[in-house]
Design a protein around this ligand. Structure first.
Ligand SMILES: Cc1ncc(C[n+]2csc(CCOP(=O)(O)OP(=O)(O)O)c2C)c(N)n1
Ligand SMILES: [Mg+2]
Length: 429
């Protein structure tokens, strides 16, 4: 066949390869990032048509202004008691992260992930939900468990895969599961929690229940197919679900541009699916509370799902296995213009006269001691660095109510082979 383009002297096709603005050693300037005024965003009625909310997918819902005051239509007007409880949960999460990070460095566990700088993306959200609402978290939402006053000892036993670990050492450290806290098991397979949350929400509606579902994933994870099929189902059936995207701008060493951030916002994914989208200052605890409250009320009133993008910054490495100095400028953290979420909430409660530096310092000391004591209690039940604390045979249990023949066979074979190697059935070595 003749080549239609022959002789037309067209330029060769090429691809656009995204490149982050700053690399190690670069001077960081976030001047291109326009921050709207804290009172700039309107608060639509909870039954607003999705298309009327287009602007909210490209704007930035904010509440705390430059003088640390709560302003504008989104001010959730929380009591000082509620603000201080949120502040305490955020500070406890940071203290927990600090200690567990050090525990990993001391060889007590193999792996840990911090959420430093992102505490406001899930703790105020949890405060705005009902305790019965189901949470489908990613691996960086330890703050949800802490905001639901879950036992720190239980969390650390899981991190140490010790004899107190309810999950019997079968999950990677930090992949918690807490049914009583309505906190679904964390999976390392990115975005799987999105279809699960939408499915749970649809089942809740099908049963005529009143509980809604929520999910969190990172901005990088929005590139997964699961994210998109979940949004289709959520839109078609108007599932009662709140879908959170934590845009911390990094997916391990890949910057957000590889998930589409150069072309549009993550909240704007909602526009294509015909659902409500809100882009929120993820370091403003009051804005996150207000957005979640709005979306939860919308879902509970059968007005449909909401996609919330929390714009924030991953202050530290992706995990204890990562070294961010290799791929991004060290100045990004300090130059990030939306500040630190704990410092901002603290400044607000001080500005309204409900708190002061002395009480904050005393609280930090108390929380560090609470985490230390929980760590000691968990350590008494063993640490991962000392070897296995659960009998091998448990690895075949608990999936089926009655163990099927092929698992019985595999279990017997394992015990036989270990016996040949001179290892006892429950032995750890
Ligand atoms: C399906 C799948 N692909 C790849 C990975 C490896 N992986 C683990 S975390 C991660 C980065 C995710 O980044 P993001 O979604 O932005 O979340 P963040 O870590 O920033 O919270 C990748 C690629 C995985 N766990 N699952
Ligand atoms: Mg990310």
């Amino acid at each position: 066949m003749a080549d239609d383009h022959a002789g037309r002297n067209l330029p060769p096709l090429s691809l656009h390869i995204p490149e982050p603005r700053f690399r190690p050693g670069d001077t960081v300037d976030f001047g291109h990032f326009e921050i709207p005024a804290a009172d700039a965003s309107s608060r639509p009625p909870i039954d607003a048509a999705a298309e009327a909310m287009r602007g909210h997918s490209y704007g930035l819902v904010r509440v705390l202004d430059e003088d640390d005051r709560a302003v504008g239509a989104w001010d959730p007007k929380l009591s000082p008691e509620r603000l201080l409880r949120m502040l305490r949960h955020m500070a406890l999460t940071r203290a927990f992260d600090e200690r567990m990070y050090r525990a990993q460095r001391q060889g007590k566990t193999s792996f840990y992930m911090k959420c430093t700088g992102e505490e406001a993306t899930c703790i105020p959200a949890t405060h705005a939900l009902d305790r019965g609402d189901m949470v489908f978290p990613s691996y960086r939402q330890q703050g949800v468990l802490i905001a639901r006053d879950w036992s720190l000892v239980d969390m650390i036993c899981q991190i140490y895969s010790n004899s107190g670990d309810r999950l019997k050492g079968r999950q990677m450290p930090i992949m918690y599961s807490a049914k009583e806290a309505n906190f679904f098991s964390i999976s390392g397979n990115l975005a799987t929690q999105y279809p699960q949350a939408v499915g749970w929400a649809m089942a809740s509606a099908a049963k005529g229940d009143t509980r809604i579902a929520t999910a969190w994933c990172g901005e990088g994870s929005t590139a997964e197919g699961d994210f998109h099929s979940a949004l289709t189902f959520a839109s078609v059936y108007r599932a009662p679900v709140v879908l959170n995207v934590v845009n911390n701008q990094w997916a391990i060493s890949s910057f957000s541009g590889f998930a589409g951030a150069e072309a549009t916002t993550f909240a704007a994914r909602a526009v294509g699916y015909g659902i409500a989208g809100l882009r929120v200052d993820g370091n403003d605890a009051l804005a996150v509370y207000a957005a979640t409250e709005w979306a939860a009320e919308r879902a509970r009133g059968n007005h449909g799902p909401t996609l919330i993008e929390h714009f924030t910054y991953r202050s530290e490495g992706h995990s204890t296995s990562d070294d961010p100095t290799k791929y991004r400028s060290a100045d990004e953290r300090t130059a990030w213009p939306l500040g630190d979420p704990i410092a901002r909430l603290k400044a607000h409660v001080i500005a309204i006269g409900a708190w002061d530096e002395e009480r904050h310092a005393a609280m930090d000391r108390e929380l560090a001691e609470q985490v230390r004591a929980a760590g000691k209690q968990a350590e008494a039940l063993g640490v991962l660095g000392d070897g296995m604390h659960q009998p091998f045979s448990t690895m075949f249990e608990d999936v089926f109510e009655e163990m099927p023949w092929h698992l019985r066979e595999q279990s017997a074979q394992m015990h036989a082979e270990r016996a040949v190697s001179g290892i006892t059935a429950g032995g750890e070595k």
